[in-house]
Design a binder for this molecule. Structure first.
Ligand code: FAD
Length: 518
């Protein structure tokens, strides 16, 4: 017999060995030796009150063993001689599209402009230390895409829970901790993600798929509105009839290519702002009602904030407790910041994007002449402005939070996790009012919601501009581009995902669509 229970455990109880067994037996009014095992289904922390509670949802197995099986099995077939599906981009969308192709009996041929996870590290070091951005290998481009050197937060607000579970189990199958199956806010961490990504690549190759790194796609050959070949950076042409385009939100050359070829794309609403960085202990003390060090049983505290300012959303995005701010530019001449954190989230800083909702239809009147590329151009201009304000290197422009809100240049800045370094700059005056003005009001409101958040001990760092794609690529009910047969826009670059999990789910869907009738 299996009984599901909700158990509340306080921090003191959490230290007691077998506390879940003890509580389950009490709850069911039976002796402990009747219980053959307990499986944690979900774990979350309730820190709303000073007495912090850990909430567990558990399955209690009575007189029967705890099964070891997963809900999903992954039936990979030998596809070495099967019909090919070409996949451009090896981020979460491309990786999951490739795995799904193999399950469906088709051979994925992946073309990725960046390098494998090991070689990619060298280019990340060059950005951080030499301020040099390799335009094919950086925090957004390379094996695993933008998701590899990230926080690996696996939350998604989208779609059915069942599909999310399948994505999670596949990550576990490829080496992620099974803790992600139970945590209410699962994350993997940047130190663990490369291995998972590498294991996924090895599965693809083992079953007969192909993964080609340093292979940038520069054109598509189209005849009678059907795709028939892909052109690579060295002008080589690969015959291809089904192409999943999973190039992410930063592949501007792909957006330009489609636009120049008169293949429809659309301007898309998105969000931009800054990244704010606090000492982690400040966030811990607010969220866990403690002064000084948090209880060691608790993870570095996170937050999620949202405020309507002048009828538009100002909100926290990709919050990284115990993490690092990273330089996420994909070209020289621009500064872009984002966040990542290791699995233990044990760095001394907490950072988060704080961004303002932007509406592509009405927020860029001075950019109308860029047509469907107006939001992209606005984004690009802001990143160039950050580059100039930062001193024309990867050093990022920054200000103390209180100085930003109160409109004065910071005499000095707080310590930071951002390796290329910070330069004091008047972001309050440099950012367009639409962003800067709304952010300043938003930060004040956040200070009301979280007492202690609004502090001179935090820095704001510019700019957080790659929250999602400023362009979308249309597709029809078959997930195909309405003008081009055989082209399947996929993942975040197409506007169909907003994070690792949703991109992975979209990758699977596109593989299924591309396989129809092949
Ligand atoms: P991408 O991951 O962007 O992958 C696209 C791939 O296509 C890249 O590898 C790129 O090199 C390749 N490519 C581009 N152009 C070409 C071309 N012409 N030819 C061949 N290949 C090409 N999301 C979360 O859910 N949780 C997080 O914690 C999180 N943290 C993040 C931290 C950072 C620093 C960054 C940058 C992003 C983070 N994100 C996070 C966002 C997440 O990574 C993306 O939403 C996700 O990776 C999108 O997946 P994708 O496959 O659609 O595109």
């Amino acid at each position: 017999m299996i009984k599901e229970l909700q158990l509340r455990v306080n921090l003191k109880e959490e230290e007691t060995p077998n506390i879940l067994l003890i509580k389950s037996a009490e709850n069911l009014g039976m002796s402990r030796d009747k219980i053959s095992g307990i499986k944690v289904l979900r774990k979350s922390i309730d820190a709303r009150k000073p007495k912090i509670i850990l909430n567990y949802k558990v399955a209690v197995y009575i007189d029967e063993p705890v099964p070891k099986t997963s809900e999903y099995t992954f039936d990979y077939k030998d596809v070495s001689k099967a019909k090919p599906i070409h996949i451009v981009g090896f981020g979460p969308a491309g990786m999951y599209a490739a795995l799904r192709c193999i399950e469906l009996g088709f051979k994925p041929i992946v073309l990725e402009r960046g390098k494998n996870v090991q070689d990619r590290r060298r280019d990340l070091r060059a950005i951080n230390q030499d301020h040099f951005v390799n335009e094919d290998s950086n925090y957004c481009f390379g094996e695993g895409g933008a998701g590899t050197y990230s926080d690996g937060k696996l939350y998604t607000r989208s779609l059915k829970r069942g599909d999310v579970r399948r994505i999670f189990e596949n990550l576990v199958f490829h080496g992620a901790t099974d803790q992600i199956l139970v945590d209410a806010h699962p994350h993997i961490g940047t130190n663990k993600l490369p291995k998972v990504v590498q294991n996924i690549r090895e599965t693809i190759i083992k079953y007969g798929g192909e993964v080609h790194f340093e292979t940038r796609v520069i054109d598509f050959k189209i005849k009678n509105n059907k795709i028939h070949a892909i052109q690579l950076w060295n002008n080589a042409e690969l015959p291809a009839t089904r192409v999943i385009l999973a190039t992410g939100h930063s592949a501007r050359d792909i957006f330009y290519l489609l636009h120049n070829k008169k293949i429809a794309i659309e301007a898309k609403s998105f969000a931009m702002g800054v990244r704010v960085e606090h000492p982690q202990h400040i966030i811990d003390s607010i969220q866990y009602h403690c002064s000084g060090k948090r209880n060691e049983l608790l993870p570095a505290a996170s937050y999620s904030l949202v405020q309507q300012v002048n009828n538009r959303g100002v909100y926290s995005f990709c919050m990284c407790p115990g993490g690092f701010i990273v330089p996420a530019a994909t070209a020289n001449g621009e500064v872009v910041v984002n966040g990542m954190s290791p699995s233990r989230r044990n760095n001394q800083f907490a950072n988060s994007g704080i961004v303002v909702e932007l509406n592509a239809a009405k927020d860029f009147p001075k950019y109308e002449h860029f047509g469907v590329l107006k939001a992209l151009q606005y984004q690009k201009d802001l990143e160039r402005l950050a580059f100039t304000a930062g001193g024309r290197t990867q050093t990022a422009p920054a200000q103390r939070l209180t100085d930003f809100v109160e409109g004065r240049l910071s005499v000095d800045l707080n310590p930071t996790s951002y390796q290329p370094g910070l330069k004091s700059a008047p972001l309050h005056a440099l950012l367009p009012k639409l962003i800067g003005g709304n952010l300043r009001q938003g930060f004040k409101a956040f200070g009301e919601k979280m007492k202690g958040y609004y502090t001179a001990e935090a820095n704001v760092v510019g700019v957080e501009s790659r929250t999602s794609s400023p362009v979308s690529i249309p597709r029809n009910e078959n997930l195909e581009h309405p003008q081009i047969k055989g082209l399947f826009p996929c993942g975040e670059g197409g506007g169909y995902a907003g994070g690792i999990v949703s991109a992975a789910m979209d990758g699977e869907r596109c593989a299924e669509a591309a396989a129809v009738g092949l």
